[in-house]
Design a protein around this ligand. Structure first.
Ligand SMILES: Nc1nc2c(ncn2[C@@H]2O[C@H](COP(=O)(O)OP(=O)(O)OP(=O)(O)O)[C@@H](O)[C@H]2O)c(=O)[nH]1
Ligand SMILES: [Mg+2]
Length: 305
């Protein structure tokens, strides 16, 4: 080296975030990437496919794989999502188990650890206590200890708050230190491999999830039907999307009185899409019933699962 310093090696690799539903995996993914690439919500089972987020640092590139929350599946969709997560174990250098600071570690977490040990016995495992802004320092310490006990002495455990941005860089450093030496996989500036069409569909689903309860969040699926140039406006796109629900009663809830709710969903989704993708759009939303699609292999195929 001209200045006499040895350059630190460049490290790069894949890390997946796994955990029970609603533990903050997607929020953490967005915080590390520095931009929203995955939708989040207060309802469990928001994420339905693996989403790659890329973290660029001077001496490292991390490819984060956000995964659907793991739980005992009650539908064919649930089974398929669990299989999808299991497939990622063999494809990553580090598996990170996310456990929220404000919920006791339970059988669901133990089951996930068992699965990891079975599927990827040699892969480095890391523990993350999420949502530390919600509890006291003592409770954080207690949860770190419990997670350490669950994962065993060789696993590091890191506390973070994705919402407050606390400890996020520490987590990046810890993950990077466990990556193999190697060149970057993605060019500078690329933050995700998510196609724009998928991101649009997800942002519409996120807007539609806002304020709906019970089984409805799970029954909702969004498909982009077509994207056309908007007539007479070259800088604008005409986006046609279909919101699928499982029952006619859900259709009326989504549409709302005189279409008021659907209109609000459309406005919120449009603003998000325009902000994140930097494209102006005209958004056409239609609601259709696909009876019991979560349990129907044919319908699941049509919806991309
Ligand atoms: N207070 C606080 N809330 C958080 C934090 N991280 C996530 N949350 C909230 O926890 C809820 C779930 O977050 P998600 O990121 O969607 O959780 P997830 O693990 O991806 O959920 P699934 O995709 O369903 O498995 C949302 O309401 C988030 O706002 C955090 O650091 N602090
Ligand atoms: Mg998620």
């Amino acid at each position: 080296m001209a200045d006499g310093r040895a350059d630190a090696e460049f490290r790069s690799g894949f890390v997946c975030f796994v955990g029970r539903p609603n533990t903050g995996k997607s929020t953490l993914t967005n915080a590390l990437v520095g931009q929203k690439i995955a939708i989040t919500s207060s309802r469990p089972q928001t994420t339905r496919h693996t989403i790659r987020g890329i973290v660029h640092r001077e001496h490292a590139q991390l490819i984060l794989v956000d995964t659907p929350g793991l739980h005992r599946p009650r539908t064919l969709l649930g089974q398929r999502l669990n299989d999808l997560v299991r497939d990622t174990y063999s494809e990553v250098d580090v598996i990170t188990l996310c456990v929220p600071a404000d919920e006791k570690i339970g059988p669901g977490d133990r089951w996930i650890v068992q699965q990891i040990k079975q599927m990827a016995p040699k892969t480095t495992v890391l523990g993350v206590v999420t949502k530390i802004d919600k509890v006291s320092r003592d409770q954080i310490a207690e949860q770190l200890l419990a997670l350490s006990k669950l994962l065993g002495p060789e696993a590091d455990v890191v506390p973070v708050s994705a919402v407050k941005g606390e400890q996020v860089e520490v987590l990046v450093d810890v993950i990077a230190s466990k990556m193999p030496e190697g060149p970057a996989f993605y060019p500078d500036g690329e933050l995700t491999d998510e196609p724009e069409e998928t991101l649009m569909a997800e942002l519409i689903r996120e807007a539609a999830l806002e304020g709906v309860r019970d089984e409805l969040p799970h029954s909702l699926a969004v498909v982009i039907e077509e994207i056309l140039p908007y007539e007479e406006r070259e800088d604008m796109l005409d986006v046609h999307a279909i919101l699928y629900v499982e029952r006619p009663s859900q259709k009326s809830i989504i549409i709302g009185k005189g279409g008021a709710r659907l209109k609000e969903v459309g406005t919120n989704a449009r603003k998000q899409i325009e902000h994140i993708l930097g494209t102006r759009i005209y958004l056409n939303l239609h609601v259709k019933v696909a009876k019991d699609w979560q349990r129907d292999p044919k319908q699941l195929g049509k919806l991309g699962f």
